[in-house]
Design a protein around this ligand. Structure first.
Ligand code: ATP
Ligand code: MG
Length: 407
């Protein structure tokens, strides 16, 4: 198969390939960019594979960066663009079910294509627009099939992350997983235990953001990969519910986690524990916990000043969106934001009076009582019983709060 006119991204990179070839080596576009070119999808990076060794590439180009020299990758900088150029290589070992123990540079393109995960990812394109397709990848692209290169059992044993990649590509492309490849995933799903949670998380989030997320998530459940992800086992029915709701819905990361937490019936504490297991950052955990509160408030028709006070815009937007995807409406997003923006203060620190002020001006001993006074003062301000002004707050505390406090 020959491509007559290449898109601009490839044309821009053409002279990188020409330079390598005129130095006496081979060079090809490979992997995802060739797949996406044939599928007419947007390209996000152009990968080049070559028979030249990294040191040889560095001699040919004036500006290079050693991106992953051990694995054969050098980045070439040219005309404001950068290209990752990786030496043809084979891999062996894989004792940890993920990284190869040994990478060997080779001079044959065919050896390099053989180590790639799926036939649709094992295509190469030469400078003349000729596609090199040693594993019937074009046929699988046309049939919308994800099929392992070689023996799927061996391939997933070498690198268990490939199983998550299979369901992720299924979600992004809407492809089916070929039967033997599917069965091999089912056989070896348990090997996911060997993979770092960060890698699984990246694939899971990409899956949930895929255009065909409903399909990808269903495959993740059916292959049993879901059972080997932290906190998912025991919630497979909830996951099917999620799959049934997310067709054509675009979610960001906070929304994805909120969707999961809500449909798993998680409390704030459960969510915290769950997201820690997934090694989600503290900032994102906080945002998800807040978004979950919004979902529950929408569901229970209960929105109070106290609830709003502890929120933030990002979580409100996420929570309202997740509630909408899950099929219930109460307040519109506009109404949430209007009420949120209308709060005189958005957290305790914005109060015009501090604990020290209260101790000094009202002659109260430091201790837990101060915290209680501050909380009540915040409550009074957001419920608009008093303005957030130092003198007014001081009188309000004297008149309304101190008397009510029980020691
Ligand atoms: P995208 O960048 O859109 O996520 P991609 O196919 O380009 O998809 P990358 O992770 O960028 O995926 O990898 C580039 C290429 O490297 C793949 O197309 C595939 O040929 C090969 N590859 C990546 N990861 C693996 C793996 N775990 N096992 C075998 N080959 C892999
Ligand atoms: Mg890529």
């Amino acid at each position: 198969m020959k491509i007559e006119t290449l898109p601009k991204e490839f044309e821009d990179a053409r002279n990188v390939l020409e330079t390598i070839e005129s130095a006496g080596y081979q060079a090809y576009f490979v992997g995802g960019c060739v797949r996406d070119l044939l599928l007419k999808r947007n390209l996000h990076d152009i990968d080049i594979a070559t028979s030249a060794y990294p040191e040889e590439i560095k001699k040919i180009f004036p500006k290079t960066v050693d991106t992953g020299i051990k694995h054969g990758t050098v980045t070439v900088l040219q005309d404001k663009n950068s290209y990752e150029i990786t030496t043809f290589r084979t891999e062996s070992g894989y004792q940890d079910y993920r990284r190869p123990d040994k990478v060997t540079f080779v001079r044959q393109l065919s050896d390099d294509l053989k180590r790639r995960d799926f036939t649709i990812n094992a295509l190469a394109l030469d400078i003349h627009g000729q596609i090199i397709d040693l594993f019937n990848g074009i046929n699988d692209l046309n049939q919308h099939v994800i099929r392992a290169v070689g023996n799927p059992n061996e391939r997933f044993n070498e690198d268990a992350l490939r199983m998550m990649r299979a369901v992720r590509f299924s979600s992004q492309l809407g492809f089916d997983i070929e039967n033997e490849t599917f069965l091999a995933i089912k056989n070896y799903a348990y090997l996911l235990n060997k993979i770092s949670i960060e890698r699984i998380r990246d694939e899971f989030l990409k899956l949930m953001q895929g255009r065909y997320a409903q399909k990808g998530l269903t495959q993740m459940i059916q292959t049993e990969l879901a059972r080997y992800c932290p906190g998912f086992d025991g919630h497979l029915i909830d996951m099917s519910t999620i799959a049934s709701l997310i067709k054509n819905k675009k979610m960001n990361e906070i929304e994805i986690w909120t969707m999961v937490a809500y449909h798993f019936g998680f409390s704030e504490q459960d969510t915290n524990h769950f997201l820690r297991e997934w090694k989600v950052s503290n900032k994102e955990i906080k945002l998800t916990e807040c978004a979950l509160k919004v979902v529950y408030a929408q569901q229970n028709y209960q929105i109070t000043g106290d609830l709003l006070l502890n929120l933030n815009k990002e979580s409100i937007i996420a929570g309202v969106h997740v509630a909408q995807i899950s099929g219930f409406h109460y307040w519109s997003l506009d109404k949430w934001l209007l009420n949120y923006n209308d709060l005189p203060i958005h957290n305790k620190n914005e109060l015009d009076i501090t604990g020290t002020d209260i101790i000094q001006k009202l002659n109260i001993e430091p201790g837990p009582k101060i915290g209680k006074i501050l909380d009540k003062t915040v409550g009074a301000v957001i419920n608009k019983k008093v303005k957030n002004n130092f003198d007014l707050l001081l009188s309000y505390i004297k008149e309304h709060i101190l008397n009510d406090l029980v020691d």
